[in-house]
Design a protein around this ligand. Structure first.
Ligand SMILES: [Ca+2]
Length: 237
């Protein structure tokens, strides 16, 4: 079966409830990538086991393994763990019985300061530094991330709620700027603003204020000089 689009893959997401040794129950989800049906992925293998009875336990092994991001399972009981999510154009030898799954949360590593926001499927990291925006952008991109794009009400609310509960009260840079064309605010992903949450009367800073910040209290935005704030990176996968 050919099913190469990521949207299609997400619709076929497999939900697994992983029971840890403490008997707490945590829901995580895995996306089956049909592109890798019946192929053996023989690179980047972290570990391989041949006595794994179900794909469920294969996924649990991955969850227990630092930096595991994807798995392959064969009905003969073989489970392989990988640290990466493979691109669809990767090619591997044909071998029947293999099914491949990846975890969208795999690169969102708590130990590196990232937080996974479940409802909006967003991995963010708040950096408490004072930099000009060009450096902020570099800082995010060096992490494989970008300044956060809050282009829906849900994202804005969930990121705002995270800030309110977890960081110092203040203003935080988001990935919105009118530096290219005064008055035309554009997201880091190149899209014009659709949903917006400006404080009444904002943006009002003209050429002095070409960046945008979100309040950790009201979740509203202001335009702001491109320096002197903390900022929020969004991890890309
Ligand atoms: Ca401006």
């Amino acid at each position: 079966m050919q099913c190469p689009s990521s949207r299609c893959m997400r619709l076929l997401a497999v939900f697994l409830c992983c029971i840890s040794s403490t008997l707490s129950c945590e829901l995580s989800y895995w996306v089956r990538n049909f592109v890798f049906d019946d192929v053996t992925i023989n690179t980047h293998v972290i570990s391989s086991a041949s006595d794994v009875t179900t794909v469920f336990y294969c996924a649990m092994k991955c969850k227990e393994t630092p930096f595991c991001g994807s798995i392959s399972y064969n009905d003969d009981g073989t489970c392989r763990l990988y640290p990466v999510v493979f691109p669809n154009d990767a090619t591997f030898p044909h071998s029947p019985g293999w099914r491949h799954f990846f975890s969208p949360t795999a690169g969102c590593i708590l130990e590196q300061g990232y937080v996974w926001l479940n409802r909006i499927n967003l991995c963010i990291k708040v950096l408490i530094e004072k930099e000009v925006l060009s450096d902020v952008r570099n800082s995010c991109s060096q992490l494989g991330a970008r300044l956060v794009v809050l282009d829906t009400k849900e994202k804005n609310t969930d990121v705002g709620e995270y800030l309110k509960a977890n960081v110092d009260e203040g203003m935080y840079f988001i990935g919105l700027t009118d530096v290219q064309q005064e008055g035309r605010f554009v997201w880091e992903n190149g899209k014009d603003v659709g949903f917006s949450n400006w404080v009444r009367g904002e943006p009002n800073g003209g050429t002095r204020e070409n960046c945008a910040v979100i309040s950790s209290i009201t979740y509203q935005w202001k335009d702001y000089p491109c320096r002197g704030c903390n900022f929020i990176c969004e991890k890309l996968f």
